[in-house]
Ligand binder design. Structure first.
Ligand code: BG6
Ligand code: MG
Length: 218
């Protein structure tokens, strides 16, 4: 059978950790007297921890010392880790295991391609680590999405050409990264946000066996 490379983002694609990132960023913004809206949070999806804090500070017109910056980053991650510690398999988004199992059955190489430095911990918590042939996360890259670095490393590890890779992404930055990498981008979320993806599905329940077969064939 034809072998493609299937690359999955983590946050917002495999698990709904976006809500935990939001809670932690919101508390941090509040401590700095910055209003932080859901729309702004949308722009932080897929964006690295450092870049996220830089954006929040610029939206709030605040300048802080490097020392405070580092302290806030640490605090944000501590709070985020406290949410992750409670996670289990029930937080896997609908039909993600079905799609992963189907790809494994069809002997398709699978990689994670996430901006998060906590990706490995999360995959362990939800017991999905064994489904992946490769894991590329925030610890492995020097350039954040929308730079395609994370996906290009994943393609290399799977031994696949970029154009033979398919990326599942929920963020604007991530879809852009996949497109720049010359991969097939599949947006998971709303068409109004992810219209630049080649395909958009509300969630994995909409991804049929026929569609998976088509992706592998073409
Ligand atoms: C991305 C999330 O997957 O990872 C972002 O969408 C997050 O919201 C980024 O900022 C970095 O994650 P972490 O876990 O390293 O802070
Ligand atoms: Mg994401």
């Amino acid at each position: 059978m034809n072998k493609k490379g299937f690359i999955f983002d983590l946050d917002g694609v495999i698990v709904d950790t976006a809500k935990y990132h939001f809670l932690a960023w919101q508390r941090l913004a509040k401590s700095l007297d910055i209003d932080f809206t859901e729309e702004e949070n949308e722009q932080l999806k897929g964006v690295s921890r450092v870049k996220s804090l830089e954006k929040i500070l610029s939206w709030g017109n605040k300048t802080i010392s490097q020392e405070l910056f580092n302290e806030l980053m640490g605090k944000k991650n501590e709070e985020y880790l406290s949410y992750i510690a409670e996670m289990d398999e029930t937080e896997i988004l609908p039909d993600v295991p079905r799609v992963l199992d189907s790809l494994i059955e069809k002997e398709q190489p699978i990689s994670l391609g996430s901006a998060s430095k906590n990706a490995r911990v999360i995959l362990e918590r939800v017991d999905l680590k064994k489904h992946f042939d490769a894991i590329v996360d925030g610890n492995d890259v020097s350039k954040a999405k929308p730079d395609p670095e994370v996906f290009l490393i994943a393609a290399k590890l799977l031994n696949r050409k970029p154009e033979d890779c398919i990326v599942f992404e929920d963020s604007v930055a991530g879809v852009e990264a996949a497109n720049v990498a010359n991969m097939i981008s599949i947006g998971i979320g709303s068409e109004s946000v992810l219209g630049h993806a080649k395909y958009v599905f509300k969630d994995f329940t909409e991804i049929s066996e026929e569609f998976i077969n088509e992706l592998i064939k073409n």
